[in-house]
Design a protein around this ligand. Structure first.
Ligand SMILES: [Zn+2]
Length: 56
């Protein structure tokens, strides 16, 4: 699960968030970062670490 800013906790009770994929990117460490946003302003970021030891 992603993280939701504390200031959005009240909004969460007023509607069901709709996570719209907003884009993905790579960090300098090679981690994949996926960002999703609800139209209410809530933002989620999920980081995927590349732990495949066989990857070059
Ligand atoms: Zn929302």
């Amino acid at each position: 699960m992603g993280t939701v800013p504390d200031w959005n906790e009240a909004l969460m009770r007023d509607h069901v968030h709709v996570r719209v994929p907003h884009g993905v990117g790579l960090t300098e460490d090679g981690e994949l970062v996926e960002e999703s946003r609800c139209r209410c302003g809530a933002v989620w970021t999920r980081t995927y670490r590349s732990k495949d030891p066989t990857a070059e």
